[in-house]
Ligand binder design. Structure first.
Ligand SMILES: C[S@@+](CC[C@H](N)C(=O)[O-])C[C@H]1O[C@@H](n2cnc3c(N)ncnc32)[C@H](O)[C@@H]1O
Length: 199
């Protein structure tokens, strides 16, 4: 990172620094082209979308308009503006269990700190939808909190849910490979859709 980018990243706070560190591990494994079509599911405070935009990607991010929890409806735009990347981020109201996108549209679909906030009964639909929306050869990536991160989250929200295990919700009919990376704060699960499969 150039000095000015480092200064901006530092001004975005410690949570952003955590996102950026583990985000870099995933991006190194994915090797996405700079013009990649990227969906970031679960906007929240916008940390991950902003991190991706700061890496030069154009990002479509979204969360359900109906989410009334403390994790939704945050003023992520002010942070993106501060980071100088608001023009690289588009927002859409979306529900991960029913994505309003054509099949095979995205090179990567990211969920940073999201799957565990979605009720267990909807998680199969969420994986099905994310894999449907990913291109053949594309990736679906989940970041789920490790114990050290959960302990920080429980200080702010004692009811914060435990981490989800994405592999429990994989559609049986799809051929996908899994790569797991141990981040500093998050476990990273990367599912790659084989080329030439249906879905
Ligand atoms: C802790 S926040 C995610 C943090 C965020 N990715 C970041 O980097 O700052 C959890 C997010 O999951 C979203 N979410 C919960 N249920 C969802 C669903 N069914 N579809 C899409 N997003 C959902 C919430 O609205 C919220 O934006």
């Amino acid at each position: 990172m150039a000095n000015s980018e480092t200064a901006i990243a530092e001004s975005l706070g410690t949570r952003f620094a955590i996102v950026a560190k583990d985000g870099a591990l995933a991006l190194a494994a994915l090797n996405l082209p700079k013009n990649a079509a990227i969906l970031d599911v679960g906007t929240g405070s916008g940390n991950f979308a902003i991190y991706l935009a700061m890496q030069g990607y154009r990002v479509l991010t979204g969360e359900p308009a109906t989410d009334q929890t403390q994790y939704a409806g945050r003023d992520w735009r002010a942070t993106a503006l501060k980071a100088g990347v608001l023009d690289r981020i588009d927002f859409a109201a979306i529900d991960a269990a029913k994505l309003p996108f054509d099949a095979k549209r995205f090179d990567a679909v990211f969920f940073f700190g999201v799957l565990h906030h979605i009720p267990e009964a909807q998680r199969r639909a969420v994986l099905h939808e994310a894999l449907r929306a990913a291109k053949d050869g594309g990736a679906v990536v989940f970041f789920e909190p490790r114990r050290v991160m959960l302990e920080q989250l429980w200080v702010e929200d004692p009811k914060h849910p435990l981490a989800a295990k994405p592999r429990l919700y994989l559609p049986a009919e799809l051929r996908v490979s899994e790569q797991q990376i141990e981040g500093e704060a998050m476990d990273i699960f990367i599912y790659r859709k084989s080329e030439g499969v249906q879905g």
